[in-house]
Design a binder for this molecule. Structure first.
Ligand SMILES: [Zn+2]
Length: 255
């Protein structure tokens, strides 16, 4: 039975991910979420329902618009698959605790939307980060890590990245991040608690370095600008969804 439920969770996740793709494309462009129906941004043709099936349509169309052949960004299948897997793991790890699952749903949705928008717009809109901070604090009144750790996580999350940004600016004269990054990290702190800030930074920076080096080597670029929100989203997602506590793992390894 469990496997049937997990398959359903995956399918619901794919459908939700398909909607998140609409959010990721339309919110930064200022287009309504409800109207018009999905269309190809290059040729303007409406996308038929059978070309709008999560994952499958991308594979069948080989990543191109049926009418004009324009490339469909890889972001679309990635977001769908990511959301599908999210629903599977949320069910597996949190289904015994409905409120925890509700928080997981809200938190992962925000992470995926923010990572998705940052990946193509280099932007982390306030319309997601600020209510996200409030939601993270609100959940913490009923769930661990509790309101104190959540509030502290939000405040220190913001200040710590802001400090990194200022120091980087002083040393290199370049802006490595933006205010959206500080707010997104504050949101992560609000949801996960102050103790998880360092693990999230470690995991997301490591992912960023690996991808950055990969691009420099394989595309032969000397400098790459990466949207840090993508890696923060990925890092926080891994630690949260799999309930990984790096502190406990570390202490466990030492003792
Ligand atoms: Zn087209």
């Amino acid at each position: 039975m469990e496997i049937v439920i997990l398959i359903f969770a995956f399918l619901f996740g794919l459908a939700w991910g398909s909607f998140l793709n609409v959010v990721i494309y339309r919110v930064p462009e200022g287009v309504s979420l409800l109207r018009p129906r999905s269309f190809c941004p290059v040729c303007g043709n409406k996308i038929k329902w059978y070309d709008n099936i999560p994952l499958l349509s991308y594979i069948i169309l080989r990543g191109r618009c049926r009418y004009c052949g324009a490339k469909i960004p890889l972001r679309y299948p990635i977001v769908e698959l990511w959301t599908g897997l999210t629903f599977v793991f949320l069910w597996k790890n949190f289904s015994a605790f409905p409120l925890e699952m509700a928080r997981g749903f809200v938190f992962t949705t925000l992470l995926i939307v923010l990572a998705g928008i940052d990946s193509w717009k280099m932007l982390l809109p306030d319309i997601f980060t600020l209510p996200g901070i409030a939601a993270g604090v609100a959940f913490s009144f009923f769930l661990p890590p509790g309101p104190k750790s959540s509030l502290l996580g939000a405040v220190l999350g913001y200040i710590s990245l802001w400090l990194v940004y200022k120091i980087f600016l002083l040393l290199t004269g370049k802006e490595g991040m933006g205010y959206g990054d500080f707010k997104m990290f504050a949101m992560i702190g609000a949801f996960m608690g102050v103790k998880q800030l360092i693990p999230v930074i470690l995991v997301s920076s490591l992912a960023g370095v690996i991808v950055g080096l990969g691009i420099m080597i394989f595309r032969r670029k000397r400098e790459v600008v990466l949207p840090y929100g993508v890696f923060m989203g990925l890092g926080a997602w891994v630690l949260y969804v799999f309930k990984i506590d790096l502190f406990k793992l570390y202490i466990g390894a030492v003792l």
